[in-house]
Design a protein around this ligand. Sequence first.
Ligand code: SF4
Length: 151
Amino acid sequence: MRRVRHWSVNNARWLRWVYLGLESCLVMVHPLLRRLGYQRLDAGFARVEKLIKGFLFDSQSCGQCTLGETGMACPMNCPKTLRNGPCGGVRSNGHCEIDPGMLCVWVASWQGSQRIGAPESTIQVIQPPVDVRLKGSSAWLRAVRKRLGVD
Ligand code: SF4
């Protein structure tokens, strides 16, 4: 829902803190998660993520979440699924060239990153190309393993 999506960008600063707090909590319980098995937990986590992030951010469940880096705007809502900034077609009112009724995802992303503010904003970090094989898997569990450097 676009209205909720815009609310999330307008509240990007504290939502990002919630996001980072959640990630830290999951890192703390990593031994338990490992014992239970990341593979076994993935589908359940992915379902919860889809519900929460789908509602708040119109998340497309790519499995490689960049919300913390993109001003709490999901770049997968860009019709071209651009992950590193806007195309050349943003309209003069900031709306999308393909979907004129939608604010360009990258305009929203920039607004959200301004709300997060320096030095926490990481919008200039280059994102790797999206790996479509990870679509529908849990980005939260992946973020925990990435932060700890484990598989
Ligand atoms: S205008 Fe923005 S949302 Fe639309 S296709 Fe270009 S980058 Fe994506």
